[in-house]
Design a protein around this ligand. Sequence first.
Ligand SMILES: NC(=O)c1ccc[n+]([C@@H]2O[C@H](COP(=O)([O-])OP(=O)(O)OC[C@H]3O[C@@H](n4cnc5c(N)ncnc54)[C@H](O)[C@@H]3O)[C@@H](O)[C@H]2O)c1
Length: 317
Amino acid sequence: MRILVTGGAGFIGSHLCERLLNEGHNVVCMDNLYTGREENLQTFLGNPRFKFIRHDVQEPILMEVDLIYHLACPASPVHYQANPIYTIKTAFLGTLNVLELAKRLGVPVLLASTSEVYGDPIVHPQVEDYWGNVNPVGVRSCYDEGKRAAETLAMDYRRYYGVDSRIVRIFNTYGPRIDPRDGRVVSAFIVQALQDQPLTIYGDGRQTRSFCYVDDVVEGIKRVAAAREYPGPVNLGNPVELTVADLAAAVLAMTGSRSYVVHQPLPKDDPVRRRPDISRAKVIFGWEPKVSLEEGLRRTIVFIRQILADRGPVREQ
Ligand SMILES: NC(=O)c1ccc[n+]([C@@H]2O[C@H](COP(=O)([O-])OP(=O)(O)OC[C@H]3O[C@@H](n4cnc5c(N)ncnc54)[C@H](O)[C@@H]3O)[C@@H](O)[C@H]2O)c1
């Protein structure tokens, strides 16, 4: 197949491109390199079945493909809050343009949505039928509400135009090619530990998160796109819940760092608990995460150690 991956130069997108190439597909990666990097494409840039197109998804898209994965959007709070208008425009207009393309071509399109659509949830773990607890006017709204509007568009294109749109809601993902400066907790802790800087915990550290290794997420995304027509939304994440304090301790132990933990006030609208209910993914797609936190952290530490050696220290966020 000829497959379009928007946001393919990003963290998750580059793994997806690589995986699709390894399976023998032709891959068109469309990205404006807002947060993505050409380095992420290095291992397969020379593959004749791979094509990189620098394009902003806020602008209309014209090409011939058989399937679309739509991932283009800044994803970490540091990046999506840097220019919130850009973020919400990318989430809405980008999805609109991608859906228009899917409608014109009559091909399936998978939207990479997020657990952020649940906001600061009051239902635990989060099931897909839960509508969320989102602040529409806060600093995270550009992303949270942008993705919620993107989901609405995907479902309305399905109902109104018959577009085969599908939605996955991705929870915290980590692994090699994660941006070491994006301020997300896994990368931030590893960078701080490797640089023997204090690990910053916001709040008391008892807030929980669940972390899914990128290969598992890519497998889930592919299954939802490839299986019989099913719109979702489908949660993709690791149901193993751990506290931020426990994660800090694991990173300190695995890096052999001499560092320690410091506490700072909790940022605005930071969710207290996040854990996916993945029953839907399990029952319908036979999907569940396979890579343990220990193994995933080990591979991510190897990657970030190499980045620090190649590019020099990352400054404190
Ligand atoms: N990483 C996670 O934990 C996570 C969790 C939930 C959802 N997601 C979703 O998965 C997708 C990929 O996330 P990621 O972690 O790989 O982030 P990322 O920032 O590494 O990748 C996003 C990619 O989109 C590109 N992009 C941004 N705006 C664009 C635009 N207007 N036009 C074209 N390209 C544009 C960026 O340059 C980048 O390459 C995003 O849609 C994100 O919302 C990620």
